[in-house]
Design a protein around this ligand. Sequence first.
Ligand code: UDP
Length: 322
Amino acid sequence: MKILVTGGAGFLGSCLVDRLLAAGEEVCVVDNLTTGNVENIKHNLSNSNLRFTNDSVLNEPLMEKLIKECDAIYHLAAAVGVKHIVDDPLTSIKTNVKGTDIILDLAHRYWKKTLIASTSEIYGKSNQIPFDEHKTERVLGSTKIDRWAYSTSKAIDEHLAFAYSKKGLPVVIVRYFNSYGPRIDEKGYGTVVARFIKQALKGKPITVHGDGGQTRCFTYVDDTVRGTILACTTKGAEGDVYNIGSNQETSIYQLAELIKELTGSSSEIAPTSYESYYGKGFEDTIRRVPSILNAKKKLKFEAKVSLQEGLKKTIKWCKEDW
Ligand code: UDP
């Protein structure tokens, strides 16, 4: 198969590309290297099954050419992470909404199987735990709070995907839950795991926002990639949305303690205000836990890697490659 991966030089995208190439697929990557990094795919550049284009998914003529030629699309290119949105809401909204609009319109025109990468941020600050793809009501704050633009832009992407699905397009959506692993971005944009590991390795204070009682379900990248491929390749999975995540709920304070322990760091765990990082008027999600039933039932997917095991591998990589 010829597979187009948008955002294929990113942390997650590049790991997906590794897996697709290993399975013998031909892969075409489009990435404008905003948060992606050519280092992530460097080891594959001599592989004749990989083609890399440094450009944006907003370049419609280019996307038309690439989509015409491919058999399936994994659309991962997006402005990712809450911090990005808070820092530059305009570019983030445009990338997420226009980019997906272009991809889905072309996928529909040329009739190509498409996977849309979405996010657990979709659920906002809902307290209906665990988050169920079909039943949980999304709860978002005021539009004056930039954070919610991320959830909203991704929700538009999902609505678009379902609208095309109604027109018969084979399309599937995955919602990621705090993915981490080797190749996490050193700058730590959008991932607390990268920031804490960096702080711990440098002996700097580990900056826990608030009281650190907020929880996430950190999902090791190998699990995320496996779930993504299953969603795109499982017959009958089209037209639906799947939580792709571990259900091991961990508080941010526990994460800080675990990273401190696994790195053997002497860093102090330092409670820090949200405001110092995100600016004024930030709202956080207090608990984020996926229901894993839909993915289990329809994709036969379940995350396998424990946080302890995944962090060990990630820390090893960070020590060697950062
Ligand atoms: N966080 C933290 N310290 C940091 C960076 C993030 O305590 O230096 C917290 C953040 O406020 C949030 C959680 O870690 O409660 C997860 O943040 P991240 O940006 O990784 O992703 P999110 O789940 O919010 O999309």
